[in-house]
Design a protein around this ligand. Structure first.
Ligand code: ATP
Length: 353
């Protein structure tokens, strides 16, 4: 294992309950999270992401497998002895303590000298830009400010790894956006490894250095936001992240033949026979109906979104296709018009049928 690995989970299985009612929440998950990285566990509700986070925090013990922190086996070490801290969705601040007292509470419990506690509180409150609010009580703060206090409190003991379990989901959309960039800034400034859990794909794409996509207790893909979006390994990942067209195809020597008979020229493939072609709406180009090589299509519907316009297209056999184009200055293509469709092979993913 590289010394640059902050958290390594090896073959983690977590089963809740026993017998027929047993739930396999984590099914042989292995992952290596790098030091100083903003890593996001992304997946739908119930996929096991919180369970994995809780195993790293020490609130759960894996049924099988090992968790290493900077190379040290911490699988059976209690949570308070791990150099790890967690920020939860509910920030649970002490209502009768001031902001500064809330942030310093954990350090005081650890028996740190008062001068050190004060200096740390001042430093972390500056980090989350709440220096002016040190003497306030939690109820005198907005939801976003309270969440920042919770963050400051978690950062105060200088954890090696900060675990964040859907920390923004209680905030309204505008605050959530603000806190997304705030979190990203905090992570960059402190250099602390962040492991962030969310079911929100946009949040994951915009904030993370790398994302691990989970489904049904399994880790399906780990990669940069660009990898995950442009090179999904299977239909679940392609479908969960962003919008995608899935087209039935048959892989032949010279490319993918669609149901309409149209052919997308592809570099030679390892596979042949039935497959699914995944292509993002923004990668579909609409061209003149008579352009050589273009597929014949009809505009079935269009929706204007301001900066871009979404076209529902139908290929010659009725296969539906969604294209998303920058609106530009022109009026675009009218509903009912005949157009040409061109798909660049480099933007196509060939997946199992
Ligand atoms: P969410 O986004 O809804 O929190 P999640 O991806 O974080 O979902 P987990 O909370 O890790 O999912 O749960 C994974 C599976 O394990 C689910 O089927 C859940 O019902 C089950 N589970 C979680 N905790 C327990 C528990 N303490 N006892 C029994 N089953 C549990």
């Amino acid at each position: 294992m590289s010394t640059q690995t902050a958290v390594s989970a090896q073959n983690i299985v977590k089963t809740y309950g026993a017998g027929a009612s047993a739930v396999r929440a984590l099914d042989d998950v292995s992952i290596a999270i790098n030091k100083g990285e903003f890593f996001t566990l992304l997946g739908p509700s119930g996929c096991g992401k919180t369970t994995l986070l809780r195993c790293i925090a020490g609130f759960e013990t894996p049924t099988e497998g090992t968790i290493l922190l900077s190379g040290r086996d911490i699988t059976h070490i209690p949570p308070n002895e791990r150099p790890v801290n967690t920020v939860f969705q509910s920030y649970a601040l002490f209502p009768h303590l001031t902001v500064a007292q809330n942030v310093g509470f954990g350090l005081q419990m650890l028996g740190k000298p008062k001068s050190e506690v004060n200096a740390t509180v001042e430093r972390v409150l500056a980090l989350v830009r709440l220096e002016q609010f040190a003497a306030r009580l939690p109820q005198q703060l907005s939801g976003g400010q309270q969440q920042r206090v919770a963050l400051a409190r978690a950062l105060a003991p200088q954890p090696e790894v900060l675990l964040l379990d859907e920390p923004l989901s209680a905030l309204d959309l505008k605050l959530r956006k603000e806190m997304q960039s705030e979190l990203k800034r905090l992570q960059t400034e402190t250099g602390i490894t962040f492991v962030f859990v969310t079911h929100d794909q946009e949040e994951a794409l915009t904030m993370s250095d790398r994302i691990g996509v989970m489904s049904k207790g399994k880790l399906l893909q780990v990669g940069t936001p660009h990898d995950i979006y442009e090179r999904p390994v299977n239909r679940f990942v392609a479908d969960f992240i962003g919008e995608t067209n899935f087209l039935d195809a048959v892989i032949e020597a010279d490319g993918a033949r669609l149901g309409s008979g149209d052919r997308i020229a592809l570099p030679s493939q390892d596979r042949s026979g039935k497959a699914t072609i995944a292509v993002r709406p923004e990668h579909i180009r609409i061209v003149g109906a008579d352009q050589p090589g273009a597929f014949h299509a009809t505009v079935a519907d269009k929706t204007y979104f301001g900066t871009d316009t979404q076209y529902q297209l139908a290929l010659s056999d009725g296969t539906a296709l969604v294209a998303r184009l920058q609106s530009g200055g022109g009026k675009g293509y009218d509903k009912g018009s005949a157009v040409g469709v061109s798909i660049d092979a480099a933007t196509v993913q060939v997946l199992d049928a």
